[in-house]
Design a protein. Structure first.
Length: 285
């Protein structure tokens, strides 16, 4: 495959950092659902401002945008629920570590994505490292998350895998990766705002107006992070990009320890080392 993998590699890693930042903004908020709405509304505002200046997606990609909208809204609702019941350092790795395994399995077995030995090894190592970070000793995991939290995190992982596969296919059909991404965020922002107004009434707008700073930061980070990943999927295999994007857990782990003051154990540090090894294997591939 004739691609500039150095560019893809660097861009996806930068997007991974932005992804960890907006997740930390949700987790660090006293009201995770409000924070999730705030971020999606602002990403929608940014998308609305950019869309008129870009070529629009091909007609064949619109069904994928609509399916992605349902999955993305479900994802944001689940993320807010997960962070209500578990630490970011537990929930985030489980959500993000399981998803690339599911993406790789479907891509290879059903979509017939062609992956080499190095790529497969890198994907497996990244997933193993992430799960090592997020699955500490059983007692600590149960104390931090509980059975309900773990189930929610695993359900979220399935939704992540689903929208990754849908968007990885849709963005290739669109012939316009930037506009495809922006339409997802615009529609998602509108739906999330409607859900928030339905649940909390007009007072929601006052609450959001007082939180525009974190919302703008998180919205921009979310949009750029996912847009970078979708662009990369037009150049490289979907499972490779999906796995490499999950190196965001390295940044998430640092944020959870240094900013959110969650515990970083030796097992999580070992997992980080395995994850870095996986990223190196992907680079060799």
């Amino acid at each position: 495959m004739n691609i500039d993998f150095d560019l893809v590699y660097a861009a996806v890693l930068a997007g991974a950092l932005m992804h960890a930042v907006w997740n930390a903004l949700v987790k660090g908020s006293a009201d995770t659902w409000l924070s999730a709405i705030n971020i999606t509304v602002w990403s929608g505002i940014l998308a609305a401002g950019l869309l008129p200046w870009l070529p629009q997606p091909e007609a064949a990609s619109w069904p994928f945008i609509l399916v992605s909208l349902v999955l993305q809204v479900s994802y944001m609702r689940l993320v807010a629920r997960v962070y209500k019941v578990t630490d970011m350092s537990v929930g985030y790795p489980i959500m993000r570590g399981t998803a690339p395994l599911l993406v790789a399995m479907v891509s290879v077995l059903i979509l017939r994505e062609d992956l080499g030995v190095w790529a497969l090894g890198g994907i497996l190592a990244i997933c193993a490292g992430i799960l090592c970070i997020g699955l500490p000793a059983r007692r600590r995991t149960q104390q931090a998350a509980g059975t309900g939290g773990l189930r929610l995190a695993l359900l979220t992982a399935a939704v992540i895998a689903a929208y990754t596969l849908v968007d990885g296919t849709g963005v290739r059909l669109s012939q316009a990766p930037a506009a495809y991404t922006l339409w997802i965020f615009l529609t998602q922002g509108l739906v999330m705002l409607a859900l928030g107004l339905s649940a909390r009434g007009p007072g929601l707008l006052r609450e959001l107006s007082g939180r525009w700073g974190p919302g703008l930061l998180g919205g921009a980070g979310s949009l750029i992070s996912y847009g970078t990943a979708l662009w990369a999927m037009t150049l490289a295999p979907i499972p490779v990009v999906a796995a490499l994007r999950e190196t965001s857990i390295l940044f998430g782990m640092l944020i959870s320890g240094l900013v959110l003051h969650e515990r970083l154990t030796r097992q999580r540090l070992l997992g980080a080392g395995i994850l870095v090894l996986g990223a190196a294997l992907l680079r060799l591939g």
